[in-house]
Ligand binder design. Sequence first.
Ligand code: ADP
Length: 565
Amino acid sequence: MTKKKVILEAVLFCLVLLLLFLSAFLTFYLVSQDSLEGNIRSISAVAEKIFDGNDSSTGEETVSYFDDAGDYRVSIITKSHDDYQILYDSDGMLQSDALAEELQPENLGKFITRKSSYGYNMVYYAVRDREKPDYFIRVSVAESVATSVSRNFLIYGCLVMVILMGGYIVFKYRDYNRSVKPLRDQVERLLYLAGYPADRLGSGEDLALIADSIDEVSSELDRKITDLQNEKEKTKMILDSMSQAFLAVSGDGEIVLFNRKASEMFGYSEKEALHKDYHILSAGEDFSAHVEKCLKERKDGRHFDIQMNGRTYQCNVMALNFPWIDQVRNGAAILVMDVTEERNLVKIKTDFFANASHELKTPLTSILGYQEMLENGLLSTDEEKQDAVRMTIKEAKKMREMLSDMLTISRLENGIRKEKSDVEISSLVQSLLDDMQPKIRENNVSIDLKLEEYHVQADRGDIEKIFSNLIDNAIKYNRPNGMISIEMNARDRYITVSDTGIGIKEEHLSRIFERFYRVDNSKTLKNVEGTGLGLAIIKHICQKYGYRIEVRSTFGQGTTFILRT
Ligand code: ADP
């Protein structure tokens, strides 16, 4: 239904009503006219019957018979010369009436309306007396009386009609407002939501147009819902692929977002965590206090560390000052990162500097001591002086060795890349052993080799460092007449370096790869020099290439290092 239709219907209804009324009025008018004319005719017929020619008594009798005929006036008229003379009259008006059109021969028996001698219109009807044709019987009635019934009908009829039409229009309008208008308003709202311009429906209120718009809007909304779902899935995928835990809580502390990493960290699935209070995460008092503060003050918090399951996590709590959900107008987003390695690295670096300064200080103190003794002339003999020079050189070499190892570690930690090339390890080991012959002989150890061609893609210097450190340790921590075995298995990709030396106690095994970690072997071995960095360098090189280094040792019997490439 449209507004136009409603108006059209109302107009049609009014027209039909008007038509009905007019025809009713016409019928009524004609009927009342008929009955008026019938009345006049019968009065005139009765008057003609009663009147008996020129007899004055019957004339008087006739009109007086109609004295109480209400609005009807009966006159008996005769013609003298050109004038008409009223002889008798029921109203007592006896003056002549020259204008008597109704008395003209052609008008006799007809109804004539003309202005009367009273000054207003009257309807006249005249007939000749049958016995005496010189006499006329005339019946008249005021026009207003003749039409009063119809006029009243017209007035009251119109009034009723206006009421009916008004009632109908009001009913129709209310009906329209109750049905089509709310529908149109809803559709307009939906169109707006679907992104159509505000005047999309125009002034149209056609149900067909509204139905079309509903179709359009529903397919548009369908599309938008699918888009939204896709967007939601995309966002979820991105959040789930994050390496940090990300969660969000509403202003009243309800978890409203929880990514996959958060599930891993806090041990709750997304389903278990969503819509629960964030306190269920049991991340410690510090965590709760920071989140609570952020929700209360609606300001980003400073990042802080928490400990969970033996690991260190850095948390950032950010204020979300927008309607996250309807009732609660703010919230907080929490980013949790596993920073265990970073924090350990910082600690390692701090320890490294402390240890390095300490380790460098010892030889430097010796050097300074010898030099001061020389300067102050405390060493008198040539032999003492030569000893001091020898010791100074030895300590300086130790410092150089330590600095060189520290530089190597720093280079490895900073990930400085070197060109890789094919390195054949058996020949490399052979050449290292040749270089170390003096030391081997000095320590009186024998070498047992089971070498085979063994290729790796690496920096030659790095591989040299692994084997020079392993062989050097195997010589240093061996016994007199001890043995060193080097065995290669190219098929299974491992190389072992074993010795029959002093061995390493169980409790030290897990720590010997730490920087500056040295086992106190002073009871078993004298004057074994070292920086405590050799195995740390090997560990770094292995990490760089994805190799593995293992150690097996029996205290007092010997040690085996296995390098898996
Ligand atoms: P260092 O310069 O002291 O040799 P490393 O890092 O090479 O430093 O070795 C760390 C510690 O591990 C040594 O101090 C030593 O106690 C122990 N170690 C290493 N290799 C052997 C081995 N082959 N036999 C016994 N102990 C060893």
